[in-house]
Structure formats: C-alpha cells, structure tokens
Design a protein around this ligand. Structure first.
Ligand code: SAM
Length: 212
C-alpha cells in the first residue's frame, strides 16, 4: 500500500516504543505474557490497520500483533490502535522477511493475510506472503493447531496460494470463492475488502492448518 509521505509518521512511530516494538526478537517467547493472553494472532501486511484494530476490539481476550513495512501506512494503523483499549495489542513496523526471529516456535495461533500484494510478475513471486519461503517460517511459528487465514480479491494469487500450501503439505480446512455472499459478523472487513465489495467483486478466502 503506497501513500503520500507523512512527515509525522517516523517521529510518531518512534514516540510509541511500548506499542511499536523496535526489537521484536527480544520479545520472542514472551508475547503471551507481555500481552496478557493465551491465544496470539498476527496480521502480516496490516495496511492502515482496519482489520487488526477491529478484530482486536471484538476479541479482547486474545493478543493481536499487526505487521506493516511501509511506515506512512503503519503510522495510520498505530494511530487507530492507540485510540482504543490496546493493552493486548502491539505493532511491528518492519518487513516480515525476518518474522521467524520475532517469535518463538509454536508461539502463534493464527496468522492472517488480508489482501496481500499479489506481485503478479513471476520474477517477484518470492515476495508473495504465501510463497513457500514464508510458509516454512509460518509452520515453525504456529502451534500444533495453528492456522493461516487468507482473504484476497485476486484469483491468481489465490490459485498460487492454494498450490503453494498444498505443495508444502498444509491441510486445507476451509475454502470460499465468495466469502461475503453470506454475512460474517465475526470477521472484520478491511479497507481493501470494502472497496472490492462495493465493486461487486467476490472475496476469496481459505484457512489452512499446518501438517501434523
Ligand atoms: N491488509 C490491508 C487491507 O486489507 O486493507 C492492506 C492490504 S495492502 C494491498 C498490502 C499491505 O501489505 C501493504 O500495506 C504492504 O506494505 C504490506 N506488506 C507487503 N509485504 C509485506 C511484508 N513483507 N512485510 C510487511 N508488510 C508487507
């Protein structure tokens, strides 16, 4: 998600070190204790933070961590989060490339990928958040019943992801090619999602569980 540069973004992120965690690797293995939760959910590519903030407000007993690499966008997400009760939340404004160093093995319950960048050119496939190089990291970080939940508007990214998870032997638990056809009040609508819904485009969704 690209946005015009915000002069306040960098200082704002630095002004909130208790919430925007600069060295997440120091917290690996302690996230549950630090966020006061027994379940931990992580959204990678939070954008302006709609999903992460709404879901955290609906599920205050769970820990929620948003990850977003673009600081202009991350600052908007953090501002939203700080405007609501956020003791059970944290934010990492960095590239998820390093995610395997930020959490201990088995520490995460659910990883959410919402409207991830599709990187349509095959030369950039490795940057897709559902590429095998990320799936291998997710597999280590999720607990034994851990899940990855993906939503996208992009059929090619969805197809790529289904193939990639299958090649890595993940179990496909749920799949929908028109998720919003039925009401799902338990699942918040992201900013991107609302745009596609307004255009009448279907939302693709899948849930995978890591192999036993
Ligand atoms: N999830 C939001 C939504 O549904 O409204 C934002 C979707 S936007 C298309 C994808 C976001 O993922 C962008 O803001 C981008 O910067 C972020 N992103 C992509 N790759 C990332 C990575 N490796 N680490 C952290 N953020 C990433």
């Amino acid at each position: 998600m690209r946005m015009r540069k915000k002069s306040w973004a960098e200082p704002f992120l630095k002004e909130n070190p208790d919430f925007v965690i600069e060295k997440p690797e120091v917290r690996a293995g302690r996230w549950h204790e630090l966020l006061g939760c027994t379940r931990l959910r992580v959204e990678i590519g939070s954008g302006k933070g709609d999903y992460f903030t709404k879901m955290a407000a609906m599920n205050t007993e769970e820990g929620w961590i948003g990850i977003e690499k673009e600081h202009n966008v991350a600052a908007v997400a953090v501002k939203k989060a700080l405007a609501q009760p956020h003791e059970h939340m944290a934010f990492i404004a960095q590239d998820a490339d390093q995610i395997s160093t930020w959490f201990a093995p088995g520490e995460i319950d659910v990883i959410h990928l919402n409207f991830s960048d599709p990187w349509p050119k095959s030369g950039y496939a490795k940057r897709r958040l559902s590429h095998a190089r990320f799936l291998k990291q997710y597999e280590t970080l999720l607990n034994e019943n851990g899940q990855v939940i993906m939503k996208t508007d992009n059929p090619k990214l969805f197809e790529f992801s289904l193939t990639e998870f299958s090649k890595e032997n993940w179990l496909l638990c749920e799949v929908s090619v028109d998720f919003r056809r039925l009401p799902h009040p338990e699942d918040a609508i992201t900013e991107y999602e609302q745009k596609f819904m307004d255009l009448g485009q279907p939302i693709y969704r899948a849930v995978w569980q890591k192999k036993a």
